[in-house]
Design a protein around this ligand. Structure first.
Ligand code: HEM
Length: 498
């Protein structure tokens, strides 16, 4: 019984508050009929938590098990001046639940799916910038690459938890992690493809494809993409990732505070330094901009994610070829400038992440050039919608200095060219503060083919790691990516000629 109470409490962390009082009425014995619940049996705890989550979700929906909503719950009122993307509540269900096909149904539907059409549609979507969340430089390659990375980067080789399989980033706890700020927009933008292709296109495949296809269309020569990831119906399998009691039990933080969780990395299955981040603090350990100290954190965290030094450097610098950081206004001037995470927003009957930065270009508050996501600001390269190794060449060729950026966080700029918008995070600078990492920075700066091969390998393993795959996996080979400019804008600023 103690075990069940414990598991039920864990499940609560993954639910909206509306369901809480109903869960209190649930009959614990029903979920533990044999009386064999053991507080120290992680598998049993997880099973019980899942049952409790379901129970509460279904109670909250007033629908019997098996008939619960494939549709989102009632839409909250739209805040003044805000325009939620039509698919937002499908990508982040405010019911914490979405019906998924059985494995058998999925495999049958996948076999019928026109995979090339799905992939072509994703390429089109990349530059189909929507007014509900405009793409930076007219492209979603940065946003979608971060989406895929954050869904897949939860994998830990310590106990096999996490990974993109299951598509659980749609649900709490992951949906409300600080690191996943504004990824509700990315998932919402993907909904038209999910709606069009139905059961054969799982959310987990759609999320993995979003970053892979758009990077390929922007010049990164991937060899293939494999479909076949199953969807979960809720976020229960992510409870061991935290935050919550199940994570504290299965994968505790081994430091005195959240943020120092890898003080004894061999003593815990937990992978990130901070529960709620996918990996490390981008601003350095506990936000202190010390790149040399950041090295150890990166090595431990990426090691637990399953990547060696070469793959780690390829992933960080390759990923940051694309997109930008968002910190349009100072967090010291605007409280919670990104708005509220889904769990708090839904509890308050509003939309997640309604940003607060004023749009100085006359656009909508909190989006486009007025977006606040991490509080850092700026792109890494001069062609953030096009694959390149410029991240590495500039890291080596220029001296970088720390400064307080417009979002209120310390970031790095080129000392001899402080007005250049290109930036680096403390964790980026870390890659030249360690001899092993430096070796690969030098390799990738001088040899684009070496970067292509290392990135293809590490991205493919990133997006394949973990469970949640069906018995049927279908891989589609890629040809050479389209030539520059054929599908993506290549200029750096919105105002640059295209
Ligand atoms: C030490 C590891 C890493 C840290 C600390 C880090 C940190 C960050 C931060 C703070 C942002 C800004 C988010 C925003 O304000 O919008 C960001 C963006 C981004 N990251 Fe990373 N990152 C890491 C590794 C990676 C990896 C491995 C990839 C992919 C392989 C990646 C891909 C991206 C992309 C594409 C963006 C741009 C998002 C956009 O344009 O909206 N990052 N990262």
């Amino acid at each position: 019984m103690a075990g069940l109470r414990h598991a039920a409490a864990l499940a609560l962390g993954a639910l909206g508050v509306g369901a809480l009082w109903r869960l209190a009425l649930a009959q614990p014995e029903e979920a533990c009929p044999s009386g064999s619940c053991a507080a120290d049996d992680p598998a049993l705890l997880q099973k019980q938590a899942r049952a409790s989550t379901r129970q509460a979700i279904h109670a909250g929906l007033d629908a019997p098990l098996g008939q619960a909503a494939a549709q989102p719950g009632p839409a909250p009122p739209v805040p003044d001046g805000w325009e939620p993307c039509p698919g937002l509540l499908y990508g982040t269900p405010n019911t914490s639940f979405a019906k998924a096909p059985s494995e058998e149904e999925f495999v049958a539907a996948l076999a019928e799916l026109d995979l090339t059409a799905v992939m072509d549609d994703m390429t089109q979507l990349m530059t189909d910038s929507q007014s509900c969340w405009p793409g930076d430089w007219g492209s979603y390659v940065g946003l979608f690459t971060r989406l895929t990375w954050h869904a897949a980067g939860t994998f830990r080789n310590t106990d096999g938890s996490g990974g993109d399989g299951g598509g659980r980033q749609r649900f709490d706890p992951e949906a409300s992690w600080e690191d996943n700020t504004n990824l509700d927009k990315a998932r919402g933008l993907l909904w038209p493809l999910k709606e069009k292709y139905g059961d054969g296109l799982s959310w987990a495949d759609l999320i993995a494809l979003a970053g892979t296809q758009t990077q390929w269309a922007s010049g990164m020569p991937f060899k293939e993409f494999c479909f076949g990831r199953l969807d979960d119906e809720d976020g229960a399998k992510s409870l061991p990732l935290g935050p919550g009691e199940m994570q504290e039990e299965m994968a505790p933080c081994t430091g005195p505070v959240n943020g120092m969780c890898q003080m004894q990395p061999n003593e815990t299955a937990l992978a990130p330094t901070t529960v709620g981040l996918i990996y490390v603090n981008p601003g350095g350990p506990m936000g202190v901009p010390d790149p040399a100290k950041s090295v150890d954190e990166i090595r431990v965290v990426f090691g637990k994610m399953g990547h060696d030094d070469k793959a780690t450097v390829a992933l960080i610098g390759g990923g940051h070829a694309f997109g930008k950081c968002h910190g349009a206004c100072s967090k010291f001037e605007y409280e919670e400038p990104a708005g509220l995470p889904p769990n708090m927003a839904f509890a308050e009957g509003t939309y997640p992440y309604v940003g607060k930065c004023p749009n100085l270009d006359g656009g909508v508050t909190g989006m486009g050039n007025a977006t606040w996501t991490s509080g850092f600001e700026g792109p890494w390269t001069s062609t953030p919608t096009r694959w390149s190794n410029e991240y590495f060449t500039y890291l080596l060729d220029y001296e970088w200095e720390p400064w307080l950026g417009p979002g209120g966080a310390i970031q790095w700029r080129m000392k001899e060219n402080p007005d250049d918008p290109r930036m680096r995070l403390t964790t980026d600078i870390a890659l030249i503060k360690d001899p092993e990492y430096l070796k690969y920075v030098e390799l990738f700066a001088s040899n684009l083919t070496a970067l292509n091969e290392a990135y293809d390998f590490s991205w493919t393993s990133l997006t394949s790691n973990g469970g949640g795959w069906s018995t049927k996996k279908i891989c589609v080979p890629y040809g050479p990516p389209p030539a520059p400019g054929a599908t993506t804008p290549t200029s750096m600023l919105n105002t640059d000629p295209r």
